[in-house]
Ligand binder design. Structure first.
Ligand SMILES: *Cc1c(COP(=O)(O)O)cnc(C)c1O
Length: 370
């Protein structure tokens, strides 16, 4: 008889469910025998990768027999110049997901807690629970974070607070005034993680730059990624900007070569490709208007979003609509795990892709529902 291996795991991990990614295009094509599938499920950049990054990858291939530069010297040098921070304040990760996980491993254990909001990015609950810590989840306010509730929820054993600005999957965002007012109330022995995975897309005048706030709040950690506006989700590169001592701690648990050599080279090239970034933002700006107008014509309510995605409320539970869209060759993202059973999250795509999605939604809404 074999042993019950599940019983052997850390208790936090025993209770975890794995992260559910967006459905891959190939999988849907295989399952339904479709071609020309449109995937608007994972907030990926519809432009494809930057040509500059592809060229850098090709050059880096000649060194694939060597371990990557574990210190990420070149990428950190470029980032530090761009952000106006010291290289010692930077931690590179295998996606910013890696960095979020490192933060949980460094600061959380069975005797501590972390605060995050209802509907917040699902990696926070996973990281907190895997670390065996207690999660304090505050109710959302108009789908966004209620920072006052979050400040009041901080307990004596709280070590981390996770804030997504803007948040995924809701697209809601917080102003500089909101964030400053919050930070002023947080004890200085509590680390506040400001997840800015979509910061590049946000064009609102009072959207804060987390890096600037760090001057006043050394307990602030900002995380960013190359997966979204920089178009490199498949390579997995993200980073944290923090106090050098926090970076030192993260570096102690970081896997030695957590960012591979192609990813390092591509991220450096993408960072310097201001033309690609400008095109990303432009496509997103226009696509968001197209989707917003189209969804409203279909009579659907959306949560106003500043990211590269939009959450739309379906007339009933989202599951059947998600399935019906798959049959039309359109992959959206159900967000039931975020306690949003009626919503689908749609990534802003190219004009054609958005149009396909709107047509498919229109067809699906007109189908008789059982
Ligand atoms: C996509 C996303 C991330 C980053 O993902 P990585 O690909 O791991 O860098 C982080 N936070 C939020 C809120 C996201 O939506």
């Amino acid at each position: 008889m074999s042993c019950d291996f599940i019983d052997l795991a850390n208790s936090g991990i025993q209770g975890l469910s794995p992260y559910q990614p967006g459905k891959p295009i190939e999988e849907l094509e295989r399952e339904l025998g479709l071609s020309n599938v449109v995937k608007l499920a994972s907030n990926e950049n519809p432009l494809g990768p930057p040509q500059s990054a592809l060229d850098a990858c090709r050059a880096a291939m000649n060194g694939l027999h060597l371990y990557p530069d574990a210190s990420g010297y070149r990428l950190k040098t470029s980032l530090s110049a761009k952000l106006g921070v010291q290289p010692e304040q930077l931690t590179l990760g295998n996606g910013s997901n890696d960095v979020l996980d490192l933060l949980a491993r460094v600061f959380l254990d069975g005797d501590s807690s972390a605060v995050y909001s209802q509907h917040a990015f699902v990696v926070y609950p996973i990281a907190v629970q895997a670390a065996g810590a207690r999660a304090i989840v505050t109710p959302a306010q108009s789908w966004g974070h209620d920072l006052q509730a979050m400040a009041e929820a901080i307990d004596s054993d709280t070590r981390l607070v996770f804030i997504a600005n803007p948040n995924n999957p809701t697209g809601t965002w917080l102003t500089e005034q909101d964030v400053r007012h919050f930070l002023a109330q947080v004890p200085d022995n509590v680390i506040v993680v400001l997840d800015e995975a979509y910061a590049e897309y946000v064009e609102e005048a009072d959207y804060p730059d987390g890096v600037e706030l760090m001057a006043d709040y050394p307990n602030l950690v900002v995380t960013r990624t190359f997966s979204k506006a920089y178009g490199l989700a498949g390579l997995r590169v993200g980073y944290a900007i923090s106090h050098p001592d926090v970076a030192d701690l993260l570096n102690r648990v970081r896997a030695p070569f957590n960012v591979n050599s192609m990813a390092l080279a591509a991220a450096e090239a993408a960072l310097n490709d201001s033309d690609y970034l400008a095109r990303s933002l432009d496509v997103n700006r226009r696509g968001m208007i197209q989707l917003g107008e189209g969804l409203s014509k279909l009579g659907l309510d959306v949560i106003p979003s500043v990211g590269n995605f939009i959450a739309v409320a379906m007339p009933g539970r989202a599951g059947p609509y998600y399935q019906a869209l798959l049959e039309q060759g359109v992959i959206a993202r159900p967000v039931g795990v975020y306690e949003m059973p009626k919503h689908l999250r749609i990534t802003v795509g190219l004009e054609q892709e958005n149009a396909r999605c709107l047509e498919a939604l229109s067809a699906v809404l007109n189908e008789p529902r059982s």
